[in-house]
Design a protein around this ligand. Structure first.
Ligand code: NAD
Ligand code: ZN
Length: 348
């Protein structure tokens, strides 16, 4: 094995990434080295690429981005017990400390000292990545690499969707990016009665229909709240899965909710938003759940149930597979909104 590798690098603050040659990561006693087989692109990577306000605040270059990935273990630290060379793994990107209050009470996903691979630690837009044993998830060889690497974002959808009772329910999904569309498929698998999906992007509404939405609404052309009322016999949605982060959609999520219903919120607005709390939440007796990351490891077992069990086929959402060297084209495709999940494949 060579001592150097090809990687996509954010060298310094400012827009863009570059392709470069860097040392293969050194591993500690509790780490493994993974040969990256596939890595998918998240909206967060696009923010780091474009260098928006959030990225300028959060990211300290130099950094190799990329936090959705899978690969083969090629080196094992001397204290690693659960993994061997040759194992096929994906990764929980949120590395928890193991000793804060949340970690000690079984809530590792909201650890007070989280470090995120591809944000705080070098990530997987590279031929190799260092992976702590504590976040490695052994994956069935039945999942091809382009599916194995999207378990991380699929897990976001799993945690959000399964935080509510979906069986026989009227469900509204606001935002049909890859994670929203995954949530549509999960609601379908969970036996929802009606699955109404909204997005201003027609391409993405088509994806939502393919993955099981019973109705799709374009908020740029239709009155979402009125249509949800119509489609639910004037009752409103039992459950809203907010997957857009759009302030407008967040308001609609509450307005379309039936009194006593639940809104599960994953989408991240760009900044603070204005909100009539009394009308939206209190008088509606709404149950509001904020969702972050994936529960470790409950969400991963559920994810495996859906994907390895063949309950959900996510391949229609994976619209491109490109060599790592074509990361610029991938970023442009993502910016255009004419794509689902885009997967990069490292290798010479
Ligand atoms: P994405 O950007 O691909 O999808 C967002 C979708 O929302 C887009 O298709 C967009 O057209 C749509 N949208 C915009 N305005 C809308 C409106 N008014 N009504 C309905 N839809 C609207 O993102 P994604 O990768 O699918 O992720 C979904 C969201 O979840 C993002 O906000 C992302 O930042 C967030 N996220 C949160 C976590 C977490 O842990 N909480 C983890 C991953 C992603
Ligand atoms: Zn912790």
């Amino acid at each position: 094995m060579s001592d150097t590798m090809t990687a996509v690098i954010k060298r310094e603050p400012g827009p863009g990434f570059e392709l470069g040659t860097v040392p293969v990561p050194a591993i500690g006693p509790t780490d493994v080295l993974l040969r990256v087989m596939a890595t998918s692109i998240c909206g967060t990577d696009l923010h780091i690429y474009e260098w928006n306000e959030w990225a300028a605040h959060r990211i300290r270059p130099p950094l190799i981005p990329g936090h959705e990935f899978c690969g083969e273990v090629v080196r094992v630290g001397e204290q690693v017990r659960s993994l061997r060379v040759g194992d096929y793994v994906s990764a929980e990107s949120h590395v928890s400390c193991g000793h804060c209050y949340q970690c000690r009470v079984g809530q590792r996903h909201i650890c007070g000292n989280l470090k995120i691979i591809g944000l705080d630690l070098d990530g997987a837009f590279a031929e190799y990545v260092r992976l702590p044993e504590s976040v490695a998830w052994k994956t069935s060889p039945s999942l091809p690499p382009e599916v194995a690497c999207v378990q991380e974002p699929f897990g976001n959808a799993v945690q959000t969707a399964l935080s509510a009772e979906l069986t026989a329910a009227n469900v509204l999904v606001t935002g049909c990016g890859p994670i929203g569309v995954f949530a549509v498929a999960i609601a379908r698998a969970a036996g929802a009665r009606t699955i109404i999906a909204t997005d201003p992007n027609e391409y993405r509404l088509e994806m939502a229909r393919r993955m099981g939405a019973t109705h799709t609404l374009n908020p740029a052309r239709e009155d979402v709240v009125a249509r949800v009322s119509e489609l639910t016999g004037c009752v409103g949605a039992d459950v809203v899965l907010e997957m857009s982060g759009s302030p407008r959609a967040i308001l609609q999520a509450f307005e379309a909710l039936r009194p006593g219903g639940q809104v599960s919120m994953l989408g991240l607005p760009d900044g603070p938003i204005e909100f009539d709390f009394n009308e939206a939440v209190i008088f509606r007796a709404a149950v509001v759940k904020g969702i972050t990351g994936r529960k470790v490891w409950e969400t991963w077992y559920e994810t495996a149930g859906f994907l390895e069990g063949g309950v959900i086929d996510v391949r229609p959402v994976i619209t491109e597979k490109l060599p790592l060297s074509e990361f610029r084209r991938a970023m442009e495709l993502l910016e255009s909104g004419h794509g689902g999940k885009i997967v990069l494949i490292p290798g010479r």
